[in-house]
Ligand binder design. Sequence first.
Ligand code: ZN
Length: 214
Amino acid sequence: MQVCKICQSSTSSMQDTKKMLRYYRCASCGFVFLDDEHIIDKRDEKAQYDLHHNGFENKGYVQMFEAFIDLAIEPYISNSKTALEFGSGPGPVLSKLLKKRGLEVDIYDLYYAPLKVYETKKYDLITSTEVFEHLQKPLEVLALLVKHTTKAGHIVLMTKFPPKEDKAFLAWWYRRDPTHISFFTPQSFEVMAKKLGLSVRSILNDNIVVFQKC
Ligand SMILES: [Zn+2]
């Protein structure tokens, strides 16, 4: 029996019988996570990331980020000057778009921009898109982001919320990427916010949360 990584409540398990993968779903906050035993190693993970090679040449990808900024960032950044794009990936599209909107932007990525430029800084805005589903210890990483956010600054995450039914979850395309191991619900974001001194400003579509540091 595993307890929830977010709220420590009890979980139920579900099994992908083809690939022999076990997931746990929290009975309280709804967070879903892959059994730690099945998490692939770092080298395989990097190889999987290299498959997602999106950059400015991909028009749909750029448009998606423009829409993301309009919806989830622009309404909150009137007083923001600095931003960190955490997990910027191989083609740092979002950071360039944020610069165009007048922000000073740093990037960090475990594989593609590994210099920890944020270590001595605090930012008015931190964005992290398609990152949290990869994290084995999401509370620790969010705590790190909070540490580097200015008071009343914002943290905006994009990561898909899981289907509520086990059968639908197991059939879900997003779950099939072997590096996707953590799946958050609006309730799990509320718990994370309470633990880390944040408030949830907004939940948008089925994949965006806007936090503000208290
Ligand atoms: Zn939970």
